[in-house]
Design a protein around this ligand. Sequence first.
Ligand code: URA
Length: 265
Amino acid sequence: MTATEKLILYRFFKTSADYLRGYALSEEEPVFVDTEIAPAEAAQQDAAPAQNPSTEPHVLFQQAGQDSRFSTMADIAQAVHACRGCGLVATRIHAVPGEGPEELSRLQNSVEVMVIGEGPGADEDKTGRPFVGKAGQLLDKMLEAIQLSRKTNCYITNIVKCRPPQNRDPAPAECAACAQFLEAQIRLQKPLAILVFGRCAAQLLLNTTEGIGKLRGRFFDYNGIPLLATYHPSALLRDESLKRPAWEDLKKFRTQLLQLRAERV
Ligand code: URA
């Protein structure tokens, strides 16, 4: 049984118990983990041909075709809010499509930079806005240091638009279900460059299992758009020693962006 399924069951029984015994003061929810499947069952699954190889997210991100359902950012946001494409819908409070300059978020338009994280955390789930917790406040400062801001020239979003319970890594099927939205966001916003935060997002977008220590600070080509990955602000909050290399990466990104701007005019 997966952690998400266990959490759903827990909440179901908790609600019933609260109803019967009267509401208890709010208790911390237990942290559930996926139960590993028995070796025999796993072997059977390995032997079975893959039903849909594109549920491998890194493959899917390359395969995600142009989705004509979406011609404005508002179309995408609406579809994200209505999405029932994976199990995260059962545990989320709010879906979090993304956020950019007010007028651009609604229309088909372009931002200079697309900022991509992993997935909403507790604060984002509560508010429906990306990167608003502690890591988000640090992200805003990091962006500001290179003259970027969600209010003027960046669109901030995530690989998955709903919170994975207990902030676990998003599962392949969850990333696969969400890939259509990110692909459409990039297509409509046509950013000059993409800035990726954290191992999980970098690996998915770059189709690799290489660690973030190797991927960070280098430019890659993402369907014709220069993409640079660096450490996630949450990692910087846990480990101060990552701040300097992250700053070096941001400066490199800034230099490249200035050049891209100059080439555009
Ligand atoms: N971490 C992320 O990767 N994204 C958010 O929106 C918040 C925290």
